[in-house]
Design a protein around this ligand. Structure first.
Ligand SMILES: O=C(O)CCC(=O)C(=O)O
Ligand SMILES: [Fe+2]
Length: 177
């Protein structure tokens, strides 16, 4: 996947993987999301709107719709259910090193009245301290600026967590099951 994404930007095929710490040090984390049936889905949040901090995220699901992505100019769009598919998100780490050429997508997970939804998300993360994530100079074109300050993955997590705490929404879910 990283090779294809590197070639897609005209980079050496090993470039993105190497910049993200190399395959021996990447961390795969599994998270299982359980969305119960909800009598008033319009009042509830399943997984609130966010971007993933990872390099890439791979989402398997039980075939119940609920994942939405935010598209500028359109608003929230429900991801179509493609049988036997795996959904792949670009996460923050990849967005940073590509200077936004690959965009870390804002997304959320909704509950519904009829069906329980389950998703299995595998987050492919760079090592916390080993590499500094910064826009690759070859992807900052002439007249463009680097859109992200250099940071380790650990620093990125801390900044994001701190921002979320300050912004704290306080939303509550009202689900049963
Ligand atoms: O349930 C989904 O499809 C997405 C879940 C998600 O975005 C996450 O766990 O980060
Ligand atoms: Fe996510």
């Amino acid at each position: 996947m990283f090779s294809l994404l590197s070639l897609g930007l005209g980079l050496d095929e090993n470039k993105l993987e190497a910049e993200l710490g190399g395959k021996d040090d990447l961390l795969l984390q599994l998270k299982i999301n359980y969305y119960p049936r909800c009598p008033q889905p319009e009042l509830a949040l399943g997984v609130e709107a966010h971007t993933d901090v990872s390099s890439l995220s791979f989402i398997l699901h039980n075939g119940v719709p609920g994942l939405q992505v935010f598209k500028n100019g359109f608003g929230w769009v429900t991801a179509p259910l493609v049988p036997n598919s795996i959904i792949v998100h670009v996460g923050d780490a990849l967005e940073i090193i590509t200077n936004g050429r690959y965009h870390s997508v804002l997304h959320r997970g909704l509950v519904n009245k009829e069906n329980i939804r389950i998703s299995w998300a595998v987050f492919c993360e760079p090592p916390r301290e080993k590499v500094v994530l910064r826009p690759l100079p070859e992807l900052v074109g002439e007249g463009e600026v680097a859109r992200f300050e250099p940071r380790t993955f650990a620093e990125h997590l801390e900044r994001k967590l701190f921002k979320a705490r300050v912004a704290g929404s306080g939303d509550k879910a009202v689900c049963e099951d």
